[in-house]
Design a protein around this ligand. Structure first.
Ligand code: BGC
Length: 719
């Protein structure tokens, strides 16, 4: 990467104090005109049911947006959030470049979380493909579309390992495991940023939410995180570090506090770990309004105090809270914030602007490129591939794949509601171009009968051979501010299923949801369960591909499905305790629920079967070499995700019963057998000791290989 230090220094030398502070300001458009409430109030009105989602959309569509152009001309804005069309971006950019004193270009940020126009499966879903190459390709596609609409930076990837299914934002990351989140995040960073950030189709990746946002107490959004330093370093930080190592140019500190210090003002996170230990030299940008919220946290007296603490801690850009723009000049003039500290923050932001090539070409797109780029056929095809690989077959008593001649009856709103296919955080798309299950049946000429709500379906049920219930969560039931205290199916869905079972026909359940659900009953009663998550624009096509066996399902869960909400947080890499759960009374368990989950981490079925054998562990000079044979014992070709776990049996701090260390996706023809080999370097077997030293200790290790975290072969070796 080019070194822009000289140019940055030169520019800083020309900037007034006000202009410097302006670079730290990121704002979004305000809405005016069509109604007299603020955007936040309007959002609240929708969420508490005073207006419908449709009404919200209509009001948003008719509202005029105020881009604070006077502030922009005065050099008081360095970046916008949430502007996603080429015309507006270029109009505002022109003002910045031609009408401000120094002509410094704006940086446009946007939440491109799982696709821009071509919406791909939610991240939790896509992680179930266990395929870094796919994650990178969909990231590249998202970057091409988003940059065509003028976006320079995406607030993604989110790599908050999340072990508590109550948390709504489980949907936005790659599940419960730090290694998987890190691999997912690194692949996204590569996809988003491409080979060269200055290319017009590259956008900067902003890794979030630093750190451990997924560990909020009781799964309640924004809640406190209180954990040992060792745990933070072992189970959470590695995912963010993997993204920094992959070259991510921005980081968003999390809303939550860790051990009493909100991440937004944590010098330890933002300076010591991020910059000193990890060598990061990109920019940090706060989460929305997070600097001002330090007052609510009770760590700052007012916004001025919050601004001071944040910049001293290493927060470069203020998203939406106006804390910097209102107070920073005075803070610097009074000497409370040294000019050097301000200069460093400005330099970090300018560096990313230089790297993006904005000083050479501030207009990286135009309306023509925008219209030519969106939703290309090859992008739809990639969206379909991603959806196929993300779906997880949870149960199948043989009813799937469906025989062509079977008459199907489809029940449930989610089978036809296009807008619901996208899932949470798909703000660049409105769902119009989504293909629902019923759309796909229509397009392929597959006959079906359909009922939205399962009422009056006697005739339909009698005439159908198979009933397909499409149930679960609507898209606004996961994502931000969407934690649930109970993660069961809804009562109306339970009722519906009860009714369907009375007909004595096979019931196939397709689940749409953004988190694990507690569904032990369903596992007992349904003939088949296909976890579809929120699959994106090609939802219906991918579903039919799998239902009719044109595609053999291969997805595996990256998150544990508990029996009941009371088990949350539930995750595979737990520790044993001194009294591991078992049959005798005084062991670590619940009286009223099994110890095991319904579906373990790594679990997923296919239309064929696999057999594992011959697990061997050899020690080479620097690594353990673990090998096993995997055979396709069924009559269909398939892709099996082979997983390798490790346990450090005796250590100075208690260690998890299993930790994922590697995996491989293997294609096998019927009857075919392959050897799968994992090389695990000794240095990857370490942990943080009582004094916070990373140590790799000699002693006994167990190695587990299998198709999920529960059903594995085991072999031991000594280091
Ligand atoms: C979310 C972030 C997001 C930001 C900007 C916040 O509410 O926590 O993940 O990037 O909004 O839209």
């Amino acid at each position: 990467m080019k070194d822009y230090d000289e140019r940055i220094k030169e520019l800083l030398g020309k900037m007034t104090l006000e202009e410097k502070v302006g670079q730290l300001q990121q704002c979004g458009p305000s809405l005016v005109g069509a109604f007299v409430v603020s955007f936040e109030e309007l959002l609240n009105m929708m969420f508490d049911g005073r207006i419908s989602q449709e009404e919200f959309g209509r009001l948003m569509g008719t509202a005029e947006q105020d881009f604070h152009e006077e502030d922009l001309r005065a050099g008081r804005i360095g970046s916008y959030n949430g502007v996603g069309d080429a015309e507006t971006v270029n109009r505002l950019q022109k003002i910045a470049v031609e009408e401000t004193r120094l002509g410094i270009p704006l940086l446009f940020g946007y939440d491109v979380i799982h696709g821009f126009k071509t919406v791909t499966p939610i991240p939790l879903a896509e992680s179930c493909a266990w395929e870094p190459d796919l994650w990178e390709r969909t990231g590249r596609m998202a970057a091409d579309e988003a940059t065509a609409a003028g976006v320079h930076m995406t607030f993604a990837p989110m790599v908050d390992a999340a072990k508590d299914a109550r948390w709504g934002r489980v949907s936005e990351g790659a599940g419960e495991d730090a290694l998987l989140n890190g691999l997912y995040g690194a692949a996204k960073v590569k996809g988003f940023q491409g080979e060269d950030l200055s290319r017009k189709d590259s956008m900067a990746a902003c890794v979030k939410h630093f750190a451990a946002y997924g560990a909020g107490e009781a799964g309640r959004d924004y809640n406190r995180v209180d954990m040992s330093e060792q745990r933070l370093y072992e189970e959470y930080l590695p995912a963010y570090k993997a993204c920094i190592d992959a070259g991510a140019r921005a980081v968003m500190p999390a809303f939550n506090d860790i051990n009493g210090v909100p991440c937004s003002v944590s010098r330890k996170l933002l300076r010591d770990i991020l910059r000193e230990d990890w060598g990061f030299d990109g920019m940090t940008v706060s989460d929305s309004n997070a600097i001002a919220e330090c007052v609510d946290h009770g760590i700052a007296e007012d916004k001025r105090d919050a601004a001071k603490q944040a910049i001293l801690a290493g927060m470069d850009m203020d998203m939406s809270s106006n804390s910097y723009i209102e107070n920073m000049k005075e803070l610097v003039e009074s000497g409370e914030v040294p000019m050097d500290v301000l200069d460093e923050a400005v330099a970090n932001i300018l560096r990313v602007k230089f790297e993006l090539g904005l000083f050479d070409d501030p207009y990286r797109t135009d309306s023509q490129r925008e219209s030519q780029t969106m939703g290309k056929p090859e992008y739809r095809a990639l969206g379909r591939e991603a959806a196929q690989k993300s779906m997880v077959l949870l149960k199948n008593d043989g009813v799937l794949p469906l025989a062509k001649e079977k008459k199907i009856g489809i029940i449930g709103e989610l089978a036809s509601d296009r807008g619901e296919m996208t899932g949470a955080w798909a703000i660049g798309a409105n769902g119009d171009d989504c293909i629902s299950l019923t759309d796909a049946c229509d397009a392929r000429g597959i006959p079906y009968t359909y009922s939205k709500d399962g009422k009056n379906i006697l005739k339909m049920a009698i005439e159908s051979d198979v009933l397909i219930a499409v149930i679960g969560e609507r898209k606004d039931e996961s994502g931000e501010a969407a934690s649930r205290a109970s993660i069961t199916l809804k009562p109306e869905d339970e009722e519906l299923l009860k009714g369907l079972h009375t007909f004595g026909k096979p019931v196939v359940v397709i689940l749409f949801n953004g988190r694990p659900l507690a569904i032990p009953q369903l596992n007992e009663t349904a003939s088949a369960i296909l976890e579809a998550w929120h699959p994106g624009v090609e939802a219906g096509n991918a579903l039919l591909d799998i239902l009719y066996g044109e595609v053999n399902p291969s997805g595996k869960l990256t998150t544990t499905f508990p029996y009941t909400t009371g088990q949350c947080p539930m995750y595979y890499a737990h520790i044993n305790t001194g009294r591991p759960g078992g049959r005798s009374k005084f062991t670590s368990k619940y009286l009223d629920t099994p110890l095991e989950p319904v579906y373990p981490f790594g679990y997923g079925l296919s239309y064929t079967s696999y057999e594992y054998s011959g697990l061997k562990v050899e020690k080479t000079e620097k690594a353990f070499r673990i090998s096993a044979e995997v055979k396709n014992t069924g009559d269909r070709a398939g892709d099996e995700i082979v997983q390798c776990y490790v346990q450090d049996v005796v250590a100075k701090r208690v260690r998890p019963v299993k930790e994922l260390k590697d995996f491989a996706k293997v294609s096998l023809e019927p009857g075919e057998e392959k050897e799968v080999v994992f090389e695990i370097p000794f240095e990857k077997l370490g942990y943080y000791d009582r004094e916070m030293n990373y140590v790799v200790e000699p002693g006994l290790f167990r190695f587990y290989v299998g198709g999920n975290s529960r059903d594995t072969l085991m072999a031991e070796s000594v280091l």
